[in-house]
Design a protein around this ligand. Structure first.
Ligand code: PLP
Length: 454
């Protein structure tokens, strides 16, 4: 009885949500906004003019305090879907038994580390457990510095890797960090954003990005700045979920290794089967990195991350550096990590990403044939991006339109978010349990907005 029409439209089993009111209902909208502005430091208010007060979730659906339902089409972390009963039971049982810091020895920490290593090529056999993607990237850079004894790092333009000191330094996206350029430390060098849709090299010409980046790395070495590491996402997240040009990582990794540097694959966004074709993004490029970072999906929203590397790199770091994380690899975190992997396997979520993502992309491409604002549809599996342009020749970014489309979609019951340095890409990263029906609901809502206006 409490559920609004919007909810009934998107959720086939609304009874799953007829639960008692929660403490979220006790604070008025006005009080929440005043107290939030006073007490809570956030920079994320631009997502929506009026962010919905999400109060609970179930699979790919969310509900706000007014009992309005939404389809969650952008969830960077909740890969299994919301409120997964197997995960919440496992966490509950572990919390009741024990949670403490990682000074003691637990079987679950060992099992999680082994399971991660088994999912990776054999040489990547040593695991550090941390609490976030930023920490993972920071640690990956420290490993490279300790192993090579050098400081320079090469990153790609228009990328995001986190907010801690080192991960922020290599985050070159001006959308995420407007001061990125001015605050960039001298040890950070960049290569062009490998964007095959609107970068310096488009379409077929995108194959030039790899050799150009390789030449830049060789030139840096010749100038006495041989990089300790080359770091990038193996699937281009800030572009809205876009494949790197064919052969890009092979060429850049070869150039980095030729001058003694390490190759870091930041899998924090793409990680865990989202592409459908592979479990890891770097596998699509046919390369093996020296260091892999993972977070987000790893804990399905619980703070959990990891750095996986080769034994000799971990040893080189241990002789010089220090690693201890109070909660990284705690008993509860380890159970979360293991249970997420079990559910991914038991529910065939990677296969679902391939099937439903393929279907959704075909439908979005069809939509693009009727709506000229859609410049292109990037991506693969359930990691897609719809890029809006005012003109398909000049590719003028439709930034304001994208923000307005997001607002209108929210009114229709779909939550999303613009991305890219031009904020003109609707990023599509739903939980991997998305169904064909939900994909249809989303396409119908977008069609509606593009047909009748925003
Ligand atoms: N690396 C990538 C590619 C990311 O997208 C992010 C977060 O968006 C991070 C690292 C940082 O992760 P976290 O927010 O968990 O610190």
């Amino acid at each position: 009885p409490e559920l609004a029409d919007g909810w009934l439209r998107v959720c086939p089993d609304p009874t799953a949500l007829l639960l008692p009111k929660t403490p979220e209902h006790q604070m008025s909208e006005e009080e929440l906004l005043t107290r939030r502005n006073d007490a809570f430091a956030t920079v994320q208010e631009h997502y929506y003019e009026e962010p919905p007060r999400i109060e609970r979730g179930w699979r790919q659906y969310l509900v706000d305090t007014r009992a309005r339902g939404y389809l969650d089409m952008l969830n960077n972390v909740t890969i299994l879907g919301h409120g997964h009963p197997v995960l919440s039971d496992a966490v509950h049982r572990q919390w009741q038994r024990l949670n403490t810091n990682s000074r003691f020895h637990y079987a679950s920490v060992v099992e999680l580390s082994e399971r991660l290593a088994q999912l990776l090529p054999a040489e990547l056999d040593t695991v550090f457990l941390v609490n976030s993607g930023s920490e993972a990237v920071d640690l990956a850079l420290r490993l490279a510095w300790a192993t090579t004894g050098r400081q320079d790092v090469v990153a790609v333009e228009e990328a995001y890797h986190g907010w801690t000191y080192a991960s922020d330094a290599v985050s070159t996206s001006v959308a995420d960090n407007p001061g990125a350029l001015e605050s960039r430390p001298p040890w950070v060098h960049t290569v062009a954003a490998p964007n095959s849709y609107r970068g310096r090299h488009r379409g077929e010409e995108a194959r030039n990005y790899g050799p150009e980046a390789a030449a830049r790395i060789a030139a840096l070495a010749a100038e006495g700045h041989a990089p300790a590491a080359f770091l990038c996402e193996p699937y281009y997240g800030n572009a809205g979920g876009m494949a790197l040009p064919d052969g890009y990582l092979e060429q850049v990794y070869a150039a980095t290794r030729a001058v003694g540097g390490l190759c870091i694959a930041d899998e924090v966004q793409v990680g865990y089967g989202r592409l459908g074709t592979h479990f890891w993004g770097f596998e699509q490029q046919g390369v093996v990195p020296d260091v892999v970072t993972v977070a987000k999906a790893m804990g399905n929203g619980h703070p959990l991350g990891a750095v996986i590397t080769r034994r000799e790199i971990a040893d080189a770091y241990r002789t010089q550096g220090y690693f201890f994380s109070s909660a990284g690899g705690s008993p509860v975190s380890s159970v979360v990590g293991l249970t997420v992997l079990d559910i991914m396997r038991d529910e065939n979520l990677q296969a679902n990403a391939l099937e439903i993502g393929g279907y959704l992309k075909r439908r979005l491409v069809e939509l693009g044939e009727r709506h000229p604002l859609i410049g292109t549809v990037h991506g693969c599996g359930l990691y897609l991006g719809v890029e809006f342009v005012r003109d398909r020749m000049s590719l003028e970014p439709a930034t304001e339109e994208t923000a307005a489309i997001c607002e209108r979609l929210r009114e229709l019951g779909v939550v999303m978010q613009p991305t890219s340095d031009r904020q003109c890409v609707l990023k599509i990263k739903p939980p991997l349990c998305l169904t064909r029906d939900s994909a249809d609901v989303f396409v119908a809502a977008l069609d509606d907005v593009l047909t009748y206006g925003w």
